[in-house]
Design a protein around this ligand. Sequence first.
Ligand code: SF4
Length: 400
Amino acid sequence: MSNPTASSLYRADRCPPSQAFPCVRIDSQVAMAGSAGHKFLELVPSIGEELASEEIPENLSELCDQIDLSQIPLGEHFLQEAAWRYNVKTGVVEALGCGNNRRYPEDLDNEWICGTIDSMTLHNPDNQIEIWDYKFECFDNHTPPPAENLQLLFSALCATRYTMKNDAQIGLIHISAVDGSIWKESTTVGPVELGAFDMKLKSIIANIRQAEAELASGKTPDVFRGEWCRFCPAVSSCPAVIGLLRAAASGQINIAKLGEPVDASCALSAYETLRQLDKAVGFAKEALKAYALNHRIKLGNGNEYGARMAEKRIINPDVAYGTLMDLYGASVAQKAVPRSTSLTAIDSALSEIWEKKKAASPGVKITKKSITDATLKTIEELGGLSIELSERVDKHKVKD
Ligand code: SF4
């Protein structure tokens, strides 16, 4: 029986059995880039940028060199990799020191939760608690914002209880794992938010204990899939993943049946079967992806299915259009940078105008639809809107 650490609270909250199944931790390349980045930033204040860079695997040191260190809280007030533990039963907090490589005391009973925060100070120049966590982002950003970020809230709870202060500023520093670019978000939390978080911690632990009890009695606890499955160390023993992969591997999902002719007698069941199959295939693909994130699948002929760092070049369409126009003329520029829009895009862009109009005319009823309709009418009058009929097959309400 083990409790989650602060960094796995989010997953444990969404899927408590992830903490109860046997876990295997295998670092993916994306996770390794994140770990190297964290290590680099932890070492910079003590040994300097150059020596810290030498401690990082060569293939990842270029990424670290790209980080703008002036935007990272590395000053003398800040503690790097500060670890805490919190007793969910008694509310006691202990500071575990800094730079422990996220290794925690082993004599913990079920009442302690441990966690480490990347950078924090208990006394910034305004005598405030300030807590920051680095997120090395790659392609997707699923990190909850600071106000809902359980790892930040954990550190804030520990720091406020430890110092007897009321409030803490908590924030995320997002660092692109591709080019080192940075953006930040932060908020301040006080007794209300931290009291609610304390209750949440207790309920997370209770749900994990329940999942463990079900497993011990031979039952399989319900799991809950989602983006938190990414990097789940229990993925190899997760019943959702194993069940689907077994079904796909044993041919229980019979793709061959899709080729059979459809007539009126079986059309409805074909529709339902395909809908279910569509869902199952999506689920199976996600499960396979979650598995392959940590386990490379050898495909033969030197190919494999698994995680890797990929580079995507983002081209600014305005700059590209201007360049192509200057170099090769309008027809090439228009072909290379096509412009398109939709009713949804226009409607969404007009939201801001609607808000401004409402604020400028209090008490006057202005609907968003009226603004969209008037705009579309003008576009139509200028010859910018036409209607094209096409046949579409989909699920729709029958009109009387
Ligand atoms: S992989 Fe399975 S156990 Fe892990 S979080 Fe997802 S559903 Fe839960």
